[in-house]
Design a protein around this ligand. Sequence first.
Ligand code: TXE
Length: 484
Amino acid sequence: MSPDKYIKNYINGALVPAVSGEYFDNYNPAIGQVYSHIPDSDEQDVQQALEAAERALPEWKRMEPTKRFRILTRIADIIEQNLEEFAKAESIDSGKPFAMARSVDIPRAHQNIRFFATSLLHFSSESHSMPNQAINYTLRQPIGVVGCISPWNLPLYLFTWKIAPALATGNCVIGKPSEMTPMTAYMLSKACIEAGLPEGVLNIVHGHGAKTGQAMVEHPCIKAISFTGGTETGKKIISTAGPMFKKLSLELGGKNPNIIFADCDFDEMMMTTLRSSFSNNGQICLCGSRIYIERAIYEKFRDELVKRTQFLKVGDPFSAVTDLGALVSKAHMEKVMGYLTLAEVEGGTILCGGTPVKMKGEYADGYFLRPAVIEGLTQDCRTIQEEIFGPVVTITPFDTEEEVLGFANGTDYGLSATVWTKDISRANRMAENLEAGIVWVNCWMVRDLRTPFGGVKSSGVGREGGLEAMKFFTEPKNVCIKYS
Ligand code: TXE
């Protein structure tokens, strides 16, 4: 299951180079250097993957569910048995702390596969009776060959979140992990071979988004695309795939409000707010990057948040005391720092952080940034409106429920929101009126895999999770039988 210096595509059950024979560089962001090479795949590789998937489809979609369940479960078991190696690879590839990859990313990856493997055993469809006349039943059939495109922030976690329901429902899949973090998807291909997944059922094609990803989206025989990534990329995918009438599930960016009322449990809120602000360096689409605090506790909150943020340890991803590792790339670090400069131009005050961490030795050229807290911005400025996707939060006081709802709903995004209050009526009012796909009350990132997951407005189209994902990857067909 080991990582290799030269990553290979996984097509028709074999590990192969790109047809072009070309590779491009894969960086370890904690040391700022190239450590492996990624196949530079193009439409020829996508075509080979498609042909393999089409050959595999008839047998896979008709396979006895318990057999499909057993194969998928074996893949999950192999990931679990190789937890340390997968977590190490994920940390090196993405810059995130090893401890996080070991306790969050990789466990969630095998849980995703197991969750959907068991779901396939329980998946059923509806029937609708017309008394004395007819009975309708709905077949839910796999779509065919589908594409799953995933981002770099939670690499194996989000890749498996897509491919698992697609495979469980009997589709054959072409998956494309992010070119920034391809290693654990490559290791997954080895796990699939070891688990005896039939050739061509899952194909993993590595490469650049604009080339490999775009070739998948454009291919007329790939009937559905499940995508997680940036909103701009989502727009591009819709503009290509929309006119082709492809089924689309798009999970895009977020600029999530974290709303704190004075009556909350302050200690618990502080502990969770630190996590919802800076987990994975703020590179989670669900992070609460806009914090709104009821004025009565604004100063107490601000001082405590700044104090705790300054205590966070940034550095060596393999040190047990590290809270924040490296940002995913040099370009991303520059983007985040660009927003910090912008925040000051827009009238904000950076209360702490926002400067690169100068490490010594091995990590001297890594992309490390101190987490930042900004206050004093107006709601219409770009720092508040745009997704930064880094260790940066803004804090703003509010006076009334109505005012904070206006702030919270006042961006183009609508992925998640968090509300801290002990007043149950207020919590319900807020939950009802927040424009978001997910609302957390007195918690953050508590996830039941059965629940719908996705956003409104520019945060996406469609829902993943549980039954929603099983439905997305199947086509309902109604059969009507007249009997009177
Ligand atoms: O993502 P991209 P990027 C946000 C975040 C970040 C910004 C840009 O704000 O700063 O997006 O990140 C593939 N056709 N999020 O540029 O490009 C690409 O190869 C098909 C939020 O890294 O959207 C990768 O596999 N595929 C987010 C995947 O899309 C294409 C997570 C995501 O990359 C493609 C990541 C194309 N034309 C970034 N272009 C979240 N919602 O969690 C790229 N790709």
